[in-house]
Design a protein around this ligand. Structure first.
Ligand SMILES: NC(=O)c1ccc[n+]([C@@H]2O[C@H](COP(=O)([O-])OP(=O)(O)OC[C@H]3O[C@@H](n4cnc5c(N)ncnc54)[C@H](O)[C@@H]3O)[C@@H](O)[C@H]2O)c1
Length: 409
């Protein structure tokens, strides 16, 4: 019944998406109406919310989460038994010692092992180092004839222009079978029309991880120049404006780099290079500088508190980046919490994008009336909503703002 290939007539494709986070949920939503799709997540609370059409990440509205046909959200792995095409989009974090923590991938594979059949197709979307997904195939499904694929995700949370439907998506798989190719294209073309095919899973894995490392390093360079300009009392904005007039100067903005991709992915490749006796010298350099910026910002705020008669400070934005609710590895949140510990009644924060529970947990305002009660306002995360709310006040009272990243510029 379940075989995808060995049938004269074309086999119906049933898709299982494993891990419904920032990556898995949009993938699921793109294909749910074309294929009978199971959106599976081990987090039962996430499934309960999705069944009530709530996306805690605030990326999708109620009507977008509604299901037609036979697709469903579930945390019962038995539902996956009817699938023959799997897409894995679980997290790939690092341990405290920065080595890759592959447990979510291992857990997902262990679970799949219970439901998978010969000729099924497994695609990984999680960011990994080259060679990892093939090693998972051998380790967990070596006794079966499984078709392996890798399609790195380029989702940019909070970005409504470069969405999964509009960006180019790399799709790599290791099968020469035309039937597999057709199934893969059927599924992936329902996600985006812009498919870049590759027959090397490893090249696709490598391309994804270096995209993120390159970004981390480029932002780090801007962050370093920002800190040096401050030390030298030079106008960073003017400096960059001048440099940009050269045809091949690359423009990146400085900022607090957080989340669970850029601060983590360089360690995946570093780890693999080291295992292969190559001591990488450059790929972690972005990490050092980007983390250092956080200390710099914290020190600057402390200096302001100590040097001026400041009674109340308001930090604008605490999530890991603009227009995103996610607080994981958020440097802005870390800065706020450290300062709050030290200056208790002086430091406050405001963020309308994060979810209510987190706001309550970390004592972050989501409503504010008397902006003029604050002596110093420090925008750290450039949420559009915050920018809109505070722009007119900024124009009137620029002297009260400590604007590291030219958020209102
Ligand atoms: N968020 C991004 O901007 C982004 C962009 C591109 C690639 N990625 C990569 O995609 C992968 C997923 O990232 P994300 O942002 O969607 O993570 P996420 O944390 O938002 O979501 C992951 C989901 O997987 C679930 N999960 C964990 N273990 C599971 C298991 N064993 N079985 C089923 N579900 C499980 C979690 O409950 C969670 O809902 C990571 O490798 C990440 O690096 C993320």
């Amino acid at each position: 019944m379940k075989k995808l290939i060995n049938k004269k007539e074309e086999k119906k494709i049933n898709v299982g998406v494993i891990g419904l986070g920032y990556v898995g949920l949009p993938i699921f939503l793109c294909i749910k109406n074309k294929f009978e799709t199971v959106g599976f997540d081990i987090n039962s609370e996430r499934i309960r919310e999705l069944n009530n059409y709530i996306d805690r990440n605030k990326e999708f509205k109620k009507h977008e989460l509604k299901l037609k046909k036979k697709s469903k959200y579930s945390n019962d792995y038995n539902e996956l038994k009817k699938c023959n095409f799997y897409i894995i989009s679980v997290p790939t974090p690092v341990f405290k010692n920065k080595k890759p923590d592959l447990r979510p991938l291992y857990n997902a594979c262990n679970l799949l092992k219970k439901v998978i059949n010969n000729e099924d197709i497994i695609f990984f979307e999680s960011t990994v180092f080259p060679g990892l997904t093939r090693s998972l195939k051998i380790k967990f499904f070596g006794d079966k004839k499984i078709h392996l694929g890798y399609s790195p995700e380029r989702i940019n949370p909070g970005d409504k222009i470069n969405t999964v439907k509009t960006i180019k998506k790399i799709v790599a798989f290791d099968s020469k079978s035309l039937k597999v190719k057709k199934a893969v294209l059927d599924v992936y073309k329902s996600i985006t029309k812009n498919i870049i095919l590759s027959n090397s899973v490893e090249n696709a894995e490598m391309s994804k991880v270096i995209e993120n490392i390159q970004r981390d390093i480029n932002i780090a360079f801007m962050n370093e120049i920002l800190m040096v300009c401050k030390k030298l009392k030079l106008d960073f904005i003017e400096v960059i404006k001048l440099a940009k007039t050269k045809w091949n100067f690359l423009s990146f903005s400085p900022g607090l780099v957080g989340g669970h991709c850029l601060p983590v992915d360089p360690f995946y490749l570093y780890h693999l290079a080291k295992k292969n006796n190559y001591n990488a010298k450059f790929m972690l350099s972005g990490r050092l500088v980007n983390d250092q910026l956080s200390d710099y910002v914290e020190d600057e705020i402390k200096n302001q508190i100590n040097s001026k008669k400041i009674k109340k400070i308001l930090i604008l934005g605490v999530s890991y980046k603009a227009n995103v609710a996610d607080l994981r590895n958020s440097l802005a949140l870390q800065i706020y919490l450290k300062l709050k510990k030290k200056f208790k009644n002086k430091i406050f924060a405001f963020d309308t994008v994060i979810d209510k529970n987190s706001a309550q947990k970390f004592k972050i305002y989501q409503k504010i009336s008397k902006i003029n009660n604050y002596d110093l306002i420090v925008p750290l995360v450039n949420h559009t909503d915050l920018k809109n709310r505070f722009l007119s006040n900024y124009i009137l009272r620029k002297d009260r703002y400590l604007d590291f990243f030219n958020y209102f510029g």
